[in-house]
Design a protein around this ligand. Sequence first.
Ligand code: ATP
Length: 530
Amino acid sequence: MSESSQNIFSKHCQNDECSNNRVRGRGYLTKMIQQTHHFGNIQLLPSNIDSSKKIMDQCIYNNEVKPIRSTYIPPEPDENDESIYETGINYGINFDKFNDIEVKVSGKNVPKIVESFETCNAILMENIKKCKFMKPTPIQKYTIPIILSGKDLMAAAQTGSGKTVAFVLPILQKLLMEPHPIVKDIDHCEPQVIIMAPTRELAVQIKSVVLKLSRGTMISSLVCYGGTLVSHQKNQILKGCHILVATPGRLNEFVQHGLISFASVRIFVLDEVDRMLEIESKSDVDKILDHSSMPSVMNRQTIMVSATLPDSIQELAKFYLNRNYLFLAVGIVSSASKDIKQNFYLVNKFKKRKHLINILQQNSEGTIIFVNTKWMADFLATYLCEKNIPSTSIHGDRLQSYREEALSEFSNRKKNVLVATTVASRGLDIKYVNHVINYDMPQEIEEYIHRIGRTGRLGNTGIATSFFDIEHDYHLVEPIIKTLSSASQEIPYWLLKLGQEAKDKSVDDDQYGGTDIRIKSNKFDENEEW
Ligand SMILES: Nc1ncnc2c1ncn2[C@@H]1O[C@H](COP(=O)(O)OP(=O)(O)OP(=O)(O)O)[C@@H](O)[C@H]1O
């Protein structure tokens, strides 16, 4: 018998009588190994069964259990207007306060901002109305003319402030104003716009925004991402498209197989740029931007956006941009929205579960709980189900079909709670997220800002609760205090006290970004206009 871990998982799940039969974890897998005496293609000797957990870790470490090739074919998007336009968040009571946010732009020849969508193409205007967008958010007022002018852009604005529309809308407008026919070839596709996103779910979401806004136009778009049947996506790709939204792994795979050429690329977008340029993913981005078919930086327009832009990332990012790029900062960069009420509790790891149940028993609807391991995501979701709190989980080890199902069950309010790892921290725009709980604090403050930004979006209010374990999270004391004060939040006394202690190890004030690095280091041309 030779089975992959995913198969063992799936088989077990089908027999699972647990109310939450989609939630699987290491505990279940261990049980399964004990029952089948197999793990992957390894037969376990009876004497080994008791130490199956250890063996399982060893197998994963040795990479003996190969992930199975996915056979998942994502469902085609529903073609009727109602379902296409029902996604997206309605703006909340503080939407108009967006206009009070300070905006800084630096660079040469900054185009004049737009105050309305009126300059958009008539079909785009119709789609904007269907989306119920009354006026542009501050970032959109700036990005629409900047992107239309053809300039490269590095932009930062708070979570939930409409960054996706801020780059998608002017890109569509541009493609409609200066149409180029799709290059169709029987063996490869030549997209004109590439939008890269770090996670599969975010790529799918961006594609749905492109679809909403481009409906009725001649612009075609596709999404390609891992965890799905390669041959299915290959067939779609070969039909050709103007806009391709992709995650780095699958895009590189297709490029290596000659299925995608960048020869026709006019615009290249890196969403969540700081995540994309982290050590783990930078080489994937480099492979794409250094590909022989990719037009040079002078011959393409490059756009980068995120809510967080540390200086170190700006330093890296500028090498991918035309040297006269514009830098746009809406509000304090790398800061949390003031619409999120941020609570911190000093909780050690042994008390977290009890504390969590106390909170969820008061109200669990629309709660995302972030944890740091896939195992914990499954474990907590199962545990909460056992406590009659309908929950599901999303993390990188779940089959893509289950990941999408989990997200859909949570968005459709079939499950109150989504327990998630970092795969859900960035970009996801889900209605009715009332509460984000950091059961485990993340390693970095930027990750914290993205996680809590799943609530309190577009002028709506939200709550973020974080369990601070002094043993693991001490390094975050100062950044947390800074984040709380920049969002005008109350700082608990114990945190201030810890902050006092940590002051000696204080870091450079601006490491979280917010200023154009060229200003700090005087790296603009001397004759540059401001
Ligand atoms: N002009 C507008 N008027 C009303 N709603 C808008 C407007 N622009 C965008 N939205 C809505 O705002 C919500 C948040 O947008 P989006 O997901 O692009 O935010 P974001 O800034 O990219 O957030 P994150 O940093 O978390 O990725 C979406 O539901 C989108 O439909």
